[in-house]
Design a protein around this ligand. Sequence first.
Ligand SMILES: NC(=O)c1ccc[n+]([C@@H]2O[C@H](COP(=O)([O-])OP(=O)(O)OC[C@H]3O[C@@H](n4cnc5c(N)ncnc54)[C@H](O)[C@@H]3O)[C@@H](O)[C@H]2O)c1
Length: 224
Amino acid sequence: MSQNLVIGVVGVGYVGLVSAACFAELGYTVVCRDIVPEKVADLEAGRIPIYEPGLADLVKRNAQRLSFTTDIRDVTERASIIFVCVNTPPMYSGDADLSRVEQVIDELPSDTGEVVLAMKSTVPVGTGERMQALLDARGLGHVRYVSNPEFLKEGDAIADFMSPDRIVIGGSDEVAIERMAQLHAPLESTIVRTDVATAEMIKAASNAFLATKISIINEIANVS
Ligand SMILES: NC(=O)c1ccc[n+]([C@@H]2O[C@H](COP(=O)([O-])OP(=O)(O)OC[C@H]3O[C@@H](n4cnc5c(N)ncnc54)[C@H](O)[C@@H]3O)[C@@H](O)[C@H]2O)c1
């Protein structure tokens, strides 16, 4: 895929900033949007609001390919693939709070084109169907929704992004899946092409497996 491609990242927290910096390192131009003006101002001034080994250097090295904004239009008017990386914190019930993800759909301008909208935020199974319904209700049915769960871990995030065990792309739109596969081709990793719900389930199963591993080793530690 052409390195002239412009990528959008919505939500420049941990996942968003690491992804943006790594895509810029691959040669893509990345427009990042966050709703916190102070964070955007810091990033524009080269100040990195989180600590992740190697991230500050990566952002600095790729500064000319990275830009930061609070205006969603800067993203939708330039990017052809937009990653949603907003937070989905657990609510009191334990369910994920999807209000920020839904807000992103609400905020898409009504003249948004045929972009690929890639969900990197961790969302429960069935969210994609709900997002598609929200897009349809807004007259944005032409937006190509895909699920692209993120598996990076803090502390090793750049290496995890650059050398992933697998890249999961879930969607029903072949054009969108192909664009996503081409985008990630420089990473030379296994690409799992599937439907949206299966991609969401892969992330849920992966998180459950990691939690199980932590639980069992804690039990072993207690017994020891
Ligand atoms: N941190 C991790 O290690 C990790 C790993 C895998 C997956 N995830 C998942 O990725 C998602 C993001 O996690 P994170 O740790 O990067 O969260 P974070 O809290 O660090 O960052 C989220 C960012 O989104 C911004 N935001 C909220 N609403 C917005 C909107 N409408 N438009 C633009 N920006 C908006 C916030 O201001 C914040 O900067 C979550 O769903 C999380 O579960 C996180």
